[in-house]
Design a binder for this molecule. Structure first.
Ligand SMILES: *Cc1c(COP(=O)(O)O)cnc(C)c1O
Length: 363
């Protein structure tokens, strides 16, 4: 606290991102980065943008990132008016909380979910209610609705959840998402598809039929570009316009020149993208089987991470023992999940090292 702080700042509870250690030779399986480099076409596009003397960096980038909007629209079969671009999907999400989740009634999200959602609620003064996941950590679509029959106080201001959910990795089927959309026609339903490319089916195909649906994607996970900071939203043009209004009241140039051309190249290299996703999925399946044979319970994952617990071993102690052997995984000291480890799917070699190290720790 300082006398110079605004009252708002004193009351914030900021998000704590996974550790980015400064030491090398670690096997880093804690923040769901892709183990493969981005498409070589990304580097080529960035180098071309820089040219020989980088003189173009003198000039502001396109405030609307039109080239990238076009590339996203083409890939997902929508128009550019359906696309909003942001500096990482976290920034897109921040604008969504400001612009599209009503501040007059509590919003809903699962009790176990991306821990940034309550942080945005704190930042914007939005009230929320958490909806408990089932015992098997799946989302029950019947639980996501307001209760208008009771009283006005039971109305909700919106709904948000990741699909696949984080940190569980569990996938909700598209028909269940449609059920939630139909039950809540008067509020925006946000589906955060950060991990959908690793085995899910995108809800973007529903955008034409539901004007209350907003789907969020990131290039950080499946396109290996966490360091470039690019995310986008797809939804009805009226929803996109709300996001543009907030963006243009905050920062006209959220993406720099290099990020725009790099992201376009990444979106256009479908072959490389699919190859990487297939490799991650194959490694995930092997890792799941290997951990199960060591006695772990592993939730079914449609993401590039798995969520696992060992019935006899404390998760925090396992995480520490792994760290002592230079392998970092994520442990959340939170109700219901404090006995789980969230393990990012690395390369085959990294995952084999993890399995062997765990075998030693458990022995
Ligand atoms: C990683 C992640 C994000 C943030 O992605 P960035 O684009 O890197 O900001 C958003 N939502 C979920 C559920 C994530 O796991």
């Amino acid at each position: 606290m300082s006398k110079f702080w605004s009252a708002v700042v004193g009351g914030l509870t900021p998000y704590v991102p996974g550790e980015q250690p400064k030491i090398s030779n670690l096997i880093k399986l804690n923040t769901n980065e892709n183990p493969f480099p981005p498409s070589p076409k990304v580097l080529a596009a960035i180098q071309a943008e820089l040219g020989d003397d980088a003189a173009r960096l003198r000039l502001y980038p396109d405030p609307n990132a039109d080239l990238l909007k076009a590339a996203v629209a083409k890939r997902h079969g929508v128009t550019a008016q359906h696309v909003f671009i942001g500096n990482g999907s976290d920034e897109v999400l921040a604008h969504v909380f400001m612009a599209l989740l009503k501040h007059e009634a509590p919003i809903l999200f699962p009790d176990i979910t991306y821990s940034f959602y309550p942080v945005y609620c704190g930042l914007y003064g939005i009230d929320y209610r958490t909806v408990p996941l089932a015992d098997d950590f799946s989302i029950n679509p019947d639980d996501f609705h307001g209760q208008p029959e009771k009283s006005a106080k039971n109305e909700i201001g919106g709904i948000i959840f990741p699909n696949p959910n984080a940190p569980t990795g569990r996938l909700l089927a598209l028909d269940a998402i449609e059920q939630i959309l139909k039950a809540n026609p008067d509020v925006v339903v946000v589906v955060d598809e950060a991990y959908v490319d690793f085995g899910g089916e995108t809800a973007i195909t529903l955008v034409d039929r539901y004007d209350n649906l907003l789907v969020i994607h990131t290039l950080s996970k499946s396109r290996s570009l966490a360091g470039l900071r690019v995310g986008f939203a797809v939804g009805h043009p009226a929803l996109i316009e709300a996001l543009e209004r907030v963006k243009n009241s905050f920062n006209s140039y959220p993406l720099d020149r290099l990020a725009i051309v790099g992201a376009v190249a990444a979106m256009e290299d479908e072959v490389y993208f699919e190859q990487c996703c297939r490799a991650v999925i194959a490694t995930r399946d092997t890792l799941t089987a290997d951990l199960r044979s060591l006695g772990f319970e592993v939730l079914p994952s449609a993401a590039n991470f798995i969520f696992a617990r060992h019935p006899q071993r404390d998760a925090a102690e396992l995480a520490k023992a792994l760290r002592d052997k230079s392998i970092i995984v994520r442990h959340f000291k939170l109700p219901r999940i404090d006995q789980f480890l969230r393990i990012t799917v690395g390369t085959d070699t990294e995952c084999q090292a993890l399995t062997q190290t765990l075998q030693g720790i458990l022995a």
